[in-house]
Design a protein around this ligand. Structure first.
Ligand code: NAP
Length: 258
């Protein structure tokens, strides 16, 4: 028997932006599949926050770059909820090290592209097939796909070229699936966050010059918080955005406007 509540699968929901999105969607009535890859403790904290909202959390430890992990995650979701309404492609690897474009390795390139682009592509493909089944069974169901991209989608950083390439690919992933799934009335959109205070950016933010050089000059003059991005994801996973697809929502405190 399918769950009576909407279900959102959020990748990389154990920490940072993914956790904030999971909690925000839970507060709006979604039960959440909390995907993560290694941090059981953090995933359990996310689950507790979801439970506080009166919603259910299903923890699935799965590496989104691995086909068998993605299949196991979908199978676990089917077994527990027998339903999918929203996919949020949030998980990504930060560059392990900053390496000049002329020195970067194929191994690092492959790993970054596998996690940050190939994994999301094939997860979206699998979930989209399932959503099409859902649409056939229930023509009025609201179904959404939200991708988390980055300013790196169009701004080059020569010390993390592979990350930029993966995020540029994420932009086309959004366009492709928006185009293909429009006929199924499944909106596919993306958020481009600016600099958000999470573990991914903690080292950079800890640099004593960071605030003066990277934050103060931006129009709003403050760092983004995961909740800033989560509010955008909530909009894109709700009927409020029913005429929006293939779009980019920039949540960067005005960084792009400079
Ligand atoms: P974060 O704090 O580093 O958290 C990364 C999350 O992804 C964790 O939940 C981690 O799980 C999970 N993860 C990593 N590799 C995975 C894999 N192979 N399979 C499944 N899960 C995996 O990152 P964040 O700053 O919240 O970033 C979230 C998204 O926003 C990313 O797409 C990032 O590129 C984007 N973004 C971030 C910023 C920023 O300033 N923070 C700016 C622009 C865009 P574990 O806890 O198990 O390790």
């Amino acid at each position: 028997m399918p769950s009576s509540s909407p279900i959102a699968l959020v990748t990389g929901a154990s920490r940072g932006i993914g956790r904030a999105i999971a909690v925000e969607l839970a507060s709006a009535g979604y039960d959440i599949v909390v995907n993560y890859v290694s941090r059981d403790d953090a995933a359990e904290e996310t689950a507790a926050l979801i439970t506080e909202q009166g919603r259910e959390a299903l923890l699935v430890k799965a590496d989104i770059s691995r086909a068998q992990d993605r299949e196991r995650m979908i199978e676990a979701t089917r077994t527990r909820f027998d339903r999918i309404d929203t996919l949020v492609n949030n998980a990504a690897l930060a560059p392990r090290e900053r390496v000049d474009l002329l020195e970067s390795s194929q191994e690092h390139y492959d790993r970054t592209l596998e996690v940050n682009l190939k994994g999301p592509f094939f997860l979206t493909q699998s979930i989209a097939r399932w959503m099409v089944e859902e649409r056939r069974a229930e023509p009025d169901r609201k179904l959404y796909i939200v991708n988390i991209s980055s300013l790196s989608e169009y701004t080059s950083s020569v010390l993390r070229g592979d990350y930029c390439l993966a995020k540029a690919g994420m932009g086309m992933l959004t366009s492709l699936f928006a185009d293909r799934l429009g006929e199924e009335n499944i909106p596919v959109n993306e958020i481009r966050p600016g600099i958000i205070a999470t573990d991914m950016t903690a080292d950079a933010i800890a640099n004593p010059d960071f605030k003066e050089q990277r934050v103060d000059p931006t129009p709003l003059g403050r760092l983004g918080q995961p909740e800033d991005v989560a509010m955008g994801a909530l909009y894109l996973a709700s009927d409020e955005s029913s005429f929006v697809t293939g779009a980019e929502l920039v949540i960067d405190g005005g960084w792009t406007a400079q």
